[in-house]
Design a protein around this ligand. Sequence first.
Ligand code: PMT
Length: 400
Amino acid sequence: MLKDKNIILGITGSIAAYKAAYIIRALVKKGAKVQVVITPAGKEFITPLTLSTLSRNPVISEFFSNRDGTWNSHVDLGLWSDAMLIAPATAATIGKMANGIADNMLITTYLSCKAPVFVAPAMDLDMFAHPTTQENLDRLRSFGNHIIEPSEGELASHLIGKGRMEEPDVIIQRLEDFFVGQQELSKKKVLITAGPTYEKIDPVRFIGNYSSGKMGFALAEVCAQKGAEVTLIAGPVSLSVHHPNIRRIDVESAEEMYQQAVKLFPETDAAILCAAVADYRPQEQAEEKIKREATGEIALHLVPNKDIAAALGKMKKKNQIVAGFALETQDAVAHAQEKLQRKNFDFIVLNTLTDEGAGFKHDTNKVTIIDKQGIIKDYPLKQKQTVALDIVNKLTELLV
Ligand code: PMT
């Protein structure tokens, strides 16, 4: 899977830098092209001569060569790569990555990189456990970076704990798994709904909900990373899509979302309905701003919106998959099972507002996946990007 892949290997100032030599050797053996970018501190731990000999490429460290003034373009490098691996990644580099502190060639390359980025931390156990490091890693995860967790063992300080950079063969395996996964949904078309809907009351007011779109956008990114052609029907959210395989259609109301979904569904292999669609809308939408009444009270008459999920469940052909969500506050599993049946889903993703860190707005979610065979699987609280991976893996099992 790594043959002819262009890999940027970022090396930073850690004792684990010696392992980078093994990583390069394995990558080259597997047919990858490796470009090393090393920080000034990294060079204190391993020589550029070793790295350039193994990678068969001059090592880049500075913005331009002191010898002949040649400019090293971090932008070109970022575009050239199929993946960037930063191994070892120190706490300092992770902090700079998380906060965009572009004061060396490695960080500018990282910020210009459009390819997936893998980060293998290496540091002392207390540095790794420190809330600052953990928060920075969470931030990197939320940007879609892949963190290769360090293992436990004896550290440079001779203390024993978590912070040892993962072994080169495990890191290489992660890259290979990623490239295999990248093709799992190739030639598949996936439709995703995300975010809230706004149901207009008058030109300045609406009925809405707290959905940020994070869960649905994470699903779109993961499906696209696995090779699917994704259409994302997004309610009003302030998120952006990053992957070129995602076509985004912005809508505002449940009716607009419904129209797009039923039009596009026949052309797709699967739909994941993650949007928090308003079940009701005001029957009347005032042309002008509603003025405050002298009595102080007004009544809104609400009528039901169309159920997009139920409509797609009805339209579903044998070779199509429909996955829905259930957002519950009580009797969660029973309600989710009822929705799974009624809306003819192949599986349903249950999230419950009583679970801390789950549901609306958070970067994390805690879900239970229930399929139509009755299999119930609970997952722990994870970043929405990783939750999306669990959901898309379930979809992939059913689709391919
Ligand atoms: O956007 P975030 O801030 O990241 O939050 C994520 C989320 C909490 C919105 C998401 O994880 C989630 O739970 N989405 C579904 C919310 C919801 O509307 O659940 P529900 O149980 O009311 O609806 C059941 C299913 O029917 C859902 O798949 C929903 O998309 C769908 N539905 C509901 C009503 C309707 N008129 N049309 C629909 O398609």
